[in-house]
Design a protein around this ligand. Structure first.
Ligand code: B1M
Length: 210
């Protein structure tokens, strides 16, 4: 098995120590950091995303794989500064005001990062003004909103309205998700898309920036 295949397997099986070892080995062998990311780490997370989407694996396996990927990224990130590595796009993500649920949002953020997006994670219980400021300041391509409570879902509509008021609505795509959210709700509030889970969120994000 070549080093990239070994890395993919180490990511998909959630073995962070092995990922670190293989990344260091790859660098010592002269492989480019971007290649190690794309052909090893991201390729491994793509397999995880597909399996998660198909209900072949569940949240704990995704968390473990994401953690293993991060172990490798931590070594490679400093080497990427000033190189040609370009993220697929910038995503500002957060759970809306009044809502502290962040497990699903974290999963979505990790999967998007694994797929090659730059993530600006504002956390949970995020005020609308904070979303607007981050979209403006970071020039985000996508604003990703999560809500787990029927009582906080309406905050998503408020964020979309505030984007409009601030002249930012056409500058950024809005994607939404979370257990009580649906495609019809996305349509109703004028969001650009809805994803039911983290795997589909990656596909949606890619389609929104293409
Ligand atoms: Co709360 N909670 N909770 N809770 N909690 C729910 C959501 C609830 C359904 C439980 C229930 O009553 N059966 C219920 C909501 C009812 C409703 O509104 N219809 C509920 C309630 C009522 C509450 C409190 C009000 C309880 C109280 O205090 N009386 C309170 C609210 C606090 C607040 O936010 N202000 C509360 C608190 C909490 C805890 C703090 C204890 C904890 C959260 C811990 C944390 O997140 N750090 C918690 C938890 C853990 C849950 C349940 C049990 C699990 C949620 C979870 O993490 N699921 C939940 C019941 C349930 O869902 N079965 C429940 C795992 C996670 C991977 O899935 O978050 O759905 P999920 O994310 C998925 C998809 O939804 C999607 O992808 C993810 C991965 O596949 N997704 C996106 C999510 N965001 C996305 C964004 C996208 C795309 C996809 O694009 C941007």
């Amino acid at each position: 098995m070549d080093l990239y295949s070994q890395l993919m397997t180490a990511v998909t099986t959630g073995r962070g120590g092995e990922v670190k070892k293989l990344v260091e080995q790859g660098l010592n062998d002269g492989l480019a950091a971007t290649e190690i990311i794309n052909q090893g780490l991201v390729a491994g997370m793509s397999i995880i995303a597909e399996k998660f989407k198909n209900n072949e694996i569940f949240v704990p396996e995704v968390m473990l794989a994401a953690r293993a990927m991060h172990a490798g990224l931590a070594i490679l990130k400093p080497l990427l500064v000033g190189t040609e590595h370009e993220p697929l796009g910038k995503v500002v993500i957060g759970t809306v005001k009044g809502d502290q649920h962040d497990i699903g949002k974290n999963l979505v953020a990790m999967m998007l990062e694994g797929a090659g997006f730059e993530i600006i994670d504002l956390g949970s219980n995020v005020a609308t003004e904070k979303f607007i400021a981050a979209v403006k300041e970071k020039q985000a391509h996508i604003l990703a909103l999560s809500a787990l409570l029927t009582t906080t879902m309406p905050e998503m509509a408020v964020v979309v309205q505030e984007l409009e008021k601030n002249g930012l609505r056409t500058a950024v795509k809005v994607m939404i998700g979370g257990a009580p959210v649906s495609q019809s709700y996305a349509d109703k509030i004028g969001a650009d898309g809805y994803a039911p889970d983290a795997g589909m969120a990656v596909e949606l994000a890619k389609s929104l920036i293409s």
